[in-house]
Ligand binder design. Structure first.
Ligand code: ADP
Ligand code: MG
Length: 683
């Protein structure tokens, strides 16, 4: 029935378990428990010890006790409301088993007269006599009762008894695997095997024993499995052969010379890494990660020009039209006249679009900017050599893999994200890509002065922005999120707009979730061109857009946002060399914890550091909505408490990568823990 060396047993259907019928199976499915392996992570919350039995004389009233008795006499009253009773005894005394709402037939079956029966339950006392009411644990086989019985957080319709029964079955039939870890890794967990670890994990006395070797080993297993799968994807992409680009450094440097700044060391380092990939005969699949305003655009444009000068086309995708246009304008300014640069916009006329498509197909366009529209089927490139995608932290592993398949064999891929994340998560979330990081901000950056202010002091804030407007600066005003309801957000933004418009007539514009795309672009353009001084909005403005003239941002109800999100919002200002200010507004006095959070923001402008702190305070699932973005949820591992295991797993993964070790031995691990579709062709 059970192949003990095979992981497939654990991946088998729930109905292979005794005691699991269609009903239980469906209830578990609703909880995303689809096979035996999934059930292994259903852990006991507490337990009841029924292992010790007493004689009736020694029973303790009010406690859960186990006792072996002989039923002597039934007392089934004819009056409905009265309970059925069974008088029982042992050699030391008498006890009544009391049943409300139970059929006589059932009672006779579980408590046959004259037989030794073991029962367990809470002991009561009534009219000078011991009693047990509705005992759930009753059996002729005392060993079935005299155990510890685990308590689980129950799924509706599934009893503790069923959970105990099915989990015991799995634990008793666990396959014995050949160890997949190296000796040195294993020794870190006192050499405990996967099999024993699972057994320990389910022992009631081990509940909550997070520091133990078995818990740590199992957490490591799941982290490592993720890293290994990511590494396999990366390896596979790297194996794809392409025609390498030949970088013309003279031409690249003549563009750098045009800039009115010099590249930071991190920008230069990232550019070198990208250039190396472009010139290699293997496909590039790289992430350029850098905080808001760290200067990723110029790095990507240099990669683009190098690709173009090598005879290929480039597709540059931005999340919004306005951002696509901004990049397009910058390329127009920086690239030599002979480079053909195009922008495909939703607004373009059909004729214009058609012409662009034709020119793309005939290799008459070197680089095209646009939103996701540039990846439609009808867009055909003659010689696409590089895809650049800006600000897309919301892509999951599978989406990215599809993307890397796009563009054909000669096409490199560069993704950019302005979302710094804690180191422990980088491998988890972006492990399928090579990564370049820009940590250091351009030197001319002044820190954004960050203040907190109570809402009742709004007059002070108005005074402050009046001063800034008089200096020729522009203001973002971000409205509170109210109970996550779009409708309410919208009305609060409208109200604030009306209020500010009354204070600053004809100087305020408004953007909210309901603004149509065309109108939104127009409003943003007007603001960009300084036609309005204050832009009131919900959180919808994307982080990438450069508003060089805006230097102040007001964020209302700031405690509704996480630190990383506040940091991102704040990053809309302070991109130029102006003094810039961020004012966080609060409805009421800050709690100690909130003060701590705000202090971090005031003290640093380092997005990586802020993301670490944010994760410590709020847990990793919440930072910037990564939970929704297809990032896997770990069963045991916790990026905060197990950060050492994440680092160890990365080290081990690199060791295996560099030693070209055969990963066949990890097959059960990967099959059990990870996405089967990705690893189908692993040994
Ligand atoms: P992000 O990384 O958020 O995409 P951008 O590429 O939009 O940042 O750059 C933000 C601003 O910083 C732009 O105005 C850009 O011209 C400027 N910038 C980029 N690199 C440097 C640098 N090395 N020194 C000074 N300013 C820079
Ligand atoms: Mg950007």
């Amino acid at each position: 029935m059970n192949n003990k060396t095979n992981y497939e047993y654990l991946l088998s259907d729930l109905s292979s378990l005794k005691g699991v019928g269609t009903k239980t199976k469906n209830l578990l499915k609703k909880k995303n428990i689809n096979n035996l392996f999934d059930l292994l992570w259903k852990l006991p919350k507490s337990y009841t010890d029924r292992s010790l039995s007493s004689k009736i004389k020694e029973l303790k009233i009010g406690e859960i006790q186990t006792v072996t008795i002989i039923p002597q006499k039934y007392n089934f009253p004819r009056i409905r409301k009265l309970p059925n009773r069974v008088l029982c005894s042992d050699e030391t005394g008498e006890i009544d088993c009391i049943f409300f709402n139970s059929y006589e037939g059932y009672i006779k079956k579980i408590l046959p007269l004259g037989k030794e029966i073991t029962v367990s339950g809470k002991i009561g006392h009534f009219k000078n006599k011991y009693q047990i009411t509705n005992p759930k644990y009753v059996s002729e086989d005392s060993s079935l009762i005299k155990q510890t019985h685990n308590k689980y957080s129950l799924t509706e319709g599934i009893s503790e008894k069923i959970y105990n029964k099915i989990l015991n079955q799995i634990i008793n039939n666990l396959p014995v695997f050949n160890e997949w870890h190296s000796k040195s890794i294993l020794s870190k967990f006192k050499n405990i095997s996967w099999n024993s670890s699972i057994k320990e994990l389910h022992k009631p006395e081990n509940i909550g024993n997070y520091k133990s070797n078995f818990y740590q080993r199992l957490a490591f297993d799941e982290i490592f499995s993720t890293f290994l799968v990511n590494s396999e994807i990366r390896k596979k992409i790297r194996k794809i052969k392409k025609k390498n680009k030949v970088i013309n450094f003279n031409k690249q440097n003549s563009i750098i010379d045009k800039l009115n700044f010099s590249l930071t060391d991190d920008q230069q380092k990232s550019l070198n890494e990208i250039n190396k990939d472009l010139s290699s005969p293997n496909k590039m699949f790289r992430l350029l990660q850098g905080d808001v305003g760290s200067g990723k655009t110029i790095v990507s444009l240099l990669a683009a020009i190098n690709t173009i000068n090598s005879g290929f086309q480039v597709a540059f995708m931005a999340p919004t039209e306005i951002l696509a246009r901004q990049h397009f304008t910058l390329a127009k300014k920086l690239f030599p006249k002979n480079i053909n640069i195009a922008l495909i916009s939703g607004k373009s006329e059909y004729k214009v679009k058609k012409e662009i498509l034709q020119r793309l197909e005939n290799n008459k366009i070197d680089i095209i900017f646009g939103t996701h529209a540039i990846f439609q089927k009808k867009v055909i490139f003659k010689k696409l050599g590089l895809i650049i995608i800006d600000e897309q932290h919301k892509f999951g592993v599978n989406q990215r893999k599809k993307l890397s398949d796009k563009g054909g064999s000669n096409c490199d891929v560069l993704l950019m994200t302005a979302t710094p994340i804690p180191r422990t998560l980088t491998m988890t979330i972006y492990g399928d890509m090579d990564i370049s990081i820009i940590r250091e901000k351009p030197k001319n950056r002044k820190p954004i002065k960050t203040y907190s202010k109570l809402e009742v002091k709004i007059e002070d804030v108005l005074k402050f922005i009046k001063k800034e407007i008089n200096l020729g600066n522009q203001i973002f005003w971000v409205c509170p999120l109210i109970e996550e309801s779009k409708k309410l957000d919208h009305s609060s933004a409208v109200k604030k707009y009306e209020y500010l418009e009354s204070k600053f007539p004809n100087q305020v514009c408004l953007l909210h979730g309901k603004t149509e795309v065309d109108e939104k672009n127009e409003i943003l353009n007007n603001f960009l061109n300084n036609k309005f001084k204050i832009l009131v909005s919900t959180t919808i403005i994307e982080v990438g857009i450069d508003f060089p003239n805006a230097n102040t941002i007001i964020i209302e109800n700031a405690n509704k946002f996480g630190l990383s999100q506040l940091h991102q919002l704040r990053g809309r200002v302070g991109r130029g060399d102006k003094d810039s200010t961020c004012i966080l507004m609060f409805k009421s006095n800050l709690s100690e914890n909130a003060k701590k959070r705000i202090k971090i923001l005031k003290d640093t402008n380092d997005g990586f550091l802020i993301s670490e702190e944010d994760m410590k305070l709020r847990g990793f699932g919440d930072i910037l909505g990564f939970k929704q973005s297809g990032v896997k949820n770990f069963k045991l591992a916790d990026p905060i408490h197990n950060s050492d295991l994440f680092i160890l797993a990365e080290k081990e993964m690199r060791r295996i990568e560099n030693s070209n070790e055969d990963i066949g031995k990890f097959k059960p691990l990967i099959k059990l823990y990870d996405r089967a579709d990705i690893i189908n062709d692993i040994a």
